[in-house]
Design a protein around this ligand. Structure first.
Ligand code: ADP
Ligand code: TRP
Length: 339
């Protein structure tokens, strides 16, 4: 099997939740076994909405620690901070100049996020998907494991490569300057829904903390959040009924966390009331998160080691990124001082 290049990232905008884990990070762990994997903490993306400088530092380190606590192995994967590799910003500018405005105007996540920002929408927020394309292209990634909400951004990255770089600037001999990246979206878990409304995605930016389970939530908070999670008045839980999104979401979370086959859970819970199901769910979450939390605490007690891992990740990531950037700049005809 040939090793593929894999790249992904999460924004350090708050505590990671089980949606981030089940939808994206869980997949990274498996991929690192047989591929060349790069995982970055995308701090430049985190400033596309107003931010607190102290929290940015803190969240960047804790996000990196959570990557490792969730199973990313610094011996197998390059773990680094996006802003430490300046090629990300530089390629972003170049891609800005190649990307048609009307492609950007279609971006659904921008429209949703912009609504929440009111008058204060930054150009960076609009530009967010171009920076994400730069992240991916710099590593010439074959695969990008993400949750379903990122599909449109991946499509944009693919279009930029195909229609604005390869078809315009590759010479006839080489045919393609960059590979066309593929999104890797899990069949199950790609869209974990909010605990307070089964029709909305679980998200770090939801002002209601009760809508999500953070990976670092202690057992008493998990119990409380699950107890308060929205339910309905039906007896018995079921999957796939569009008028019962909460039942569908919570059974799926239970199955993913307890490695229970969906079919088995569907039968088991068909007659069970919410009052009996919820403690089982809370228990499944608590016991699955426990090893992640203890590994996280261990890492945060020794930030020097974490910083060493990020420095090494940065070193290797920079080499790959700078090489790709030079290749793109050469293809676009930039004077390199020597040509
Ligand atoms: P958030 O939307 O919570 O701020 P990010 O935008 O930082 O999260 O997303 C990080 C990764 O987690 C992305 O790959 C994204 O697709 C995935 N992800 C985010 N929310 C969910 C969810 N509710 N279910 C599944 N995957 C998700
Ligand atoms: N936009 C992604 C998100 O909100 C985070 C991200 C930034 C990303 N750059 C990336 C994901 C590159 C995959 C690859 O979740």
């Amino acid at each position: 099997m040939t090793r593929k290049r894999v790249l992904s990232g999460v924004q350090p905008t708050g505590d990671l939740h089980i949606g981030n884990w089940l939808g994206a990070i869980r997949n990274w762990v498996d991929l690192q076994e047989n591929n060349e994997t790069f995982f970055c903490v995308v701090d430049l993306h985190a400033i596309t909405v107003p931010h607190d400088p102290k929290l940015l530092t803190q969240n960047t380190l804790s996000t990196a620690a959570l990557y490792i606590a969730c199973g990313m192995d610094p011996e197998k994967s390059r773990i680094f901070v996006q802003s430490h590799v300046s090629a990300h910003s530089e390629l972003c500018w170049i891609l800005n100049c190649l990307t048609p405005l009307n492609w950007m105007e279609r971006m659904i996540q921008f429209k949703e996020k912009a609504k929440k920002q009111g008058e204060n929408v930054s150009i960076g927020l609009f530009n967010y998907p171009v920076l994400m394309a730069a992240d991916i292209l710099l590593y010439n990634a074959d695969l990008v494991p993400v949750g379903e909400d990122q599909k449109q951004h991946l499509e944009l990255a693919r279009n930029i490569v195909q229609q604005r770089i390869n078809s315009r600037f590759a010479n006839t001999k080489e045919k393609a300057i960059l590979k066309v990246p593929q999104p890797l979206i899990l069949k199950q878990g790609a869209k974990i829904m909010s605990l307070s409304d089964g029709r909305n995605k679980m998200s770090k930016s939801d002002p209601n903390e009760g809508s999500r389970i953070a990976l670092l939530d202690p057992p008493n908070i998990i119990n409380k959040k699950i107890k308060r999670a929205k339910t309905d008045s039906h007896i018995g839980l079921e999957l796939g009924n569009p008028s019962r999104p909460e039942a569908d979401n919570l059974i799926k979370i239970y199955c993913l966390l307890s490695d229970t086959p969906i079919k088995k859970a569907n039968e088991e819970f068909a007659e069970m009331g919410w009052g009996k199901f919820k403690p089982l769910l809370a228990e499944a979450i608590i016991s699955r998160l426990e090893p992640i939390q203890s590994k996280y605490n261990e890492l945060m007690q020794d930030p020097a080691e974490l910083k060493r891992v990020l420095k090494e990740g940065n070193y290797h990531a920079s080499q790959v990124a700078n090489e790709t950037l030079t290749k793109i700049k050469d293809a676009l005809g930039f004077f390199n001082g020597d040509n």
